[in-house]
Write a protein that binds this ligand. Structure first.
Ligand SMILES: [Zn+2]
Length: 348
């Protein structure tokens, strides 16, 4: 095949190197990144290649660790402003004080302040369910009534709840060669739940998340990382069918779609084409944005090729078939769903 034929065959020149990228098919949106400062190179790349992003704050502190959330919020709000809105932002709150009597009022007040600075969503993280505990030692689950007023405030402000709850199955499996996430949990033993006493099962955490969807049917909820059902597309599909207020992002989980059954992945995306949001989980490091920017561009190109292409692409030393989704579906996954589930993401 000549180069010209190859280009005609691929809807986007996705497998090309950075200096050979072709024009963007339309303005696409990456709904899950972590960008706390504006790197000029990154800004230029997003603008040139017509991408918008959502940068998401996370309250990561557990136990009595010092929280970095205030800095993160300040940085994200600045990035939003300096990027002229090309990078939208989502705020977060520290759930560790959930037993304090003024928890709800203080948290809601903090969120209101973020909304005034343009935040379009609020993120909750896996430390709810897997790390934060009550004074008597029980794990805080996402459906704890202490959080109800917070979810009500998010809904009444017409913002979206972004929920990274639970983890891939590997967190609850022994760390051996059959564990698909052995690399991550070897480096992050604090999130490896297998063999620990009293930790909630994965399904307990996901059921608690489902209670939020049930109790707040008008609250939009985006479940990060395929809603942590990355290995169970049938079960995820049932949840999407049951809860019309639930959508999922594919952040850091396109690899599961790539290495899974090609036809099942395609059918899942076709069936739930209104409920899946494209995302990467890109993090801009605090020093040197240039290598990271190139990495983001490569990920965007590779993923676009995977979703839109009709040929194959090489991934981890094997050739995998691309999904070849119809243009209408690509438009939804890479743009329209983001605008519907995260209003304000593309400006006003
Ligand atoms: Zn993330």
């Amino acid at each position: 095949m000549t180069r010209r034929e190859l280009l005609a065959y691929l809807p986007a020149a996705a497998s090309l190197k950075s200096d050979q990228r072709s024009a963007a098919p339309f303005e696409r949106i990456d709904t899950h990144t972590h960008i706390r400062r504006l790197a000029p190179l990154l800004s230029a790349a997003l603008e040139n290649e017509q991408w918008r992003c959502l940068t998401i704050c996370v309250s990561r502190a557990s136990g009595d660790e010092q929280s970095d959330l205030e800095d993160m919020i300040r940085g994200s709000a600045n990035v939003h402003r300096q990027s002229n809105g090309r990078i939208a932002w989502a705020t977060a709150f520290d759930a560790r004080g959930f037993e304090n009597s003024n928890f709800a009022s203080r948290t809601v007040e903090g969120l209101r302040h973020s909304f005034e600075r343009g935040a379009i969503a609020v993120k909750i993280w896996k430390n709810i369910g897997m790390s934060i505990r009550s004074k008597t030692g029980e794990y805080l689950l996402p459906d704890n009534v202490a959080l109800t007023p917070v979810f009500e405030a998010i809904q009444s402000a017409d913002k979206t709840l972004i929920a990274h709850l639970a983890e891939p199955d590997g967190a609850w499996l022994p760390l051996d060669k059959n564990n698909p996430e052995i690399d991550y949990y070897s480096g992050h033993p604090e999130w490896h739940m297998h063999g620990r006493k009293g930790v909630p099962a994965k399904e307990t955490i996901l059921s608690a998340r489902d209670h939020i969807l049930e109790r707040h049917p008008k609250l939009r909820v985006v479940g990060c990382h395929l809603g942590s059902d990355e290995e169970h597309w049938d079960r995820l599909g049932q949840r999407l069918d049951r809860y019309p207020n639930f959508a999922v992002d594919v952040a850091a989980r396109v690899r599961y779609l790539m290495r899974g059954n090609h036809e099942q992945a395609r059918q899942f995306l076709m069936k739930h084409q209104d409920r899946v949001l494209y995302a990467t989980d890109f993090t801009l490091p605090s020093v040197d944005g240039s290598a990271a920017t190139r990495e983001l561009q490569d990920t965007h190109d590779r993923d676009w090729n995977f979703f839109s292409g009709k040929g194959t692409l090489s991934y981890r030393k094997s050739e995998i078939p691309c999904l070849g989704l119809p243009e209408k579906v690509l438009h939804k996954i890479f743009r329209e769903n983001a605008m519907r589930w995260l209003p304000g993401i593309a400006g006003v």
